[in-house]
Design a protein around this ligand. Structure first.
Ligand SMILES: [Cu+2]
Length: 360
């Protein structure tokens, strides 16, 4: 017997306008739920952003990028250890690093082609894949790489636009881009490709320039004036966290650990004070997209180097690369209580890579 349950949740949207997403977060079984589609987009807007004159209406496209695998009968294929999704979390041995699909979907459609005017478009990207990393680029009709402009990150607009030719996107990261299709002759097929994919996973989607059109949109040189700009000297504490593979549980199975420990819902891993500015040093063994709930942070450094060109703005997910350490800085503001932070490789998350943050 099944029972339909209804709940009403009320929460204030006291945050910068941005592209958010929501998804099922049931402990130990988040990955199969996202894989089966329990995820969606949520756009927060405000008057200041609307007044900028960015491409809008049909020229603003939210793009939710995922990879999936399908069984012969067309059903979504996921290698759960426990197909009932009740007892034993995790996936079968070959998939411990994360589940990859061989079909790329954008907004649920495999490798779509979207007709566009020869005009500027605002593309609001989410990588909603469980584990796949993309390195996106746009190519023109001759296969040449085309520049584009980044205007925003996970938590809203940048201070100023940043010109890019390629964009790595880890699971759960969002990027706000403007692409100018007026540079191409009508009829051009502009491809969005993943240059770290192989075979068909190199392809993501394409845009067919269908017609000439007028365009009164603009990309202002100043996008946002209220981006937090915490300094190292503001920080009252520096904390270190490692994100590494390890053994967990009584039977010592493979897991993914933060600071050497698998997630324990009963344990507070970190207690911070509301209003404090802290620097967190994060170190990874393999790729880990580290996500903090209800907090925006800025990226201070990657190893001994400066942040990457697309690391600007306010983030809530940082893509740690293999062997990399990075520093983030944030101020705990807004809410007291207990929040999660975790790796947003959904399989890593289900296999232990999550921790509790207590704001007092
Ligand atoms: Cu991870």
């Amino acid at each position: 017997m099944t029972t339909d349950l209804t709940r009403d949740y009320t929460f204030p949207l006291e945050q910068r306008p941005t592209l958010l997403w929501y998804h099922d977060h049931r402990m130990d079984f988040t990955a199969p739920a996202i894989w089966r589609g329990l995820a969606g987009l949520h756009i927060v807007r405000d008057d200041a952003e609307d007044a900028l004159g960015l491409p809008a209406g049909p020229r603003e496209l939210p793009l939710m990028i995922t990879d999936r695998a399908f069984a012969a009968d067309g059903s979504l294929d996921y290698p759960s250890l426990d197909p009932t999704l009740r007892e034993r979390p995790g996936v079968r041995e070959p998939y411990l690093a994360g589940v990859l699909g061989d079909v790329v979907l954008v907004n649920g459609a495999p490798w779509p082609v979207h007709e566009v005017d020869a005009a500027r478009y605002r593309l609001r990207l989410l990588n909603a894949s469980n584990a796949r990393h993309y390195e996106l680029e746009f190519t023109d009709g001759d296969g040449r790489t085309v520049d584009f402009v980044q205007i925003g990150a996970d938590q809203g607009l940048l201070t100023a636009p940043a010109k890019l030719s390629a964009l790595p996107v880890a699971p759960a990261e969002r990027y706000d881009l403007v692409v100018d299709f007026s540079r191409f002759p009508v009829g051009t097929l502009v491809k969005l490709v993943n240059r770290v994919g192989s075979g068909r996973t190199r392809d993501v989607m394409a845009f067919r320039v269908a017609r000439k059109a007028t365009d009164d949109s603009r990309v202002p040189t100043r996008l946002s004036a209220d981006l937090p700009n915490w300094q190292r000297s503001d920080a009252v504490r520096v904390r270190d966290f490692s994100f590494r593979a390890g053994r967990m549980g009584e039977d010592s199975t493979h897991g993914w650990l933060i600071g050497g420990k698998p997630f324990d819902p009963a344990r507070s891993d970190v207690t911070v004070r509301l209003g404090d500015v802290e620097i967190w040093r994060l170190v990874a063994d393999v790729h880990h997209p580290v996500h903090l709930h209800l907090t925006g942070f800025r990226i201070l450094s990657r190893g001994t180097k400066d942040p990457l060109p697309h690391d600007g703005g306010l983030k809530d997910t940082i893509s740690l690369r293999p062997g990399e350490s990075a520093e983030i800085i944030t101020r705990w503001e807004g809410y007291r209580g207990r929040y999660l932070f975790h790796c947003h490789n959904a399989e890593h998350e289900d296999m232990g890579m999550m921790a509790n943050l207590q704001v007092t």
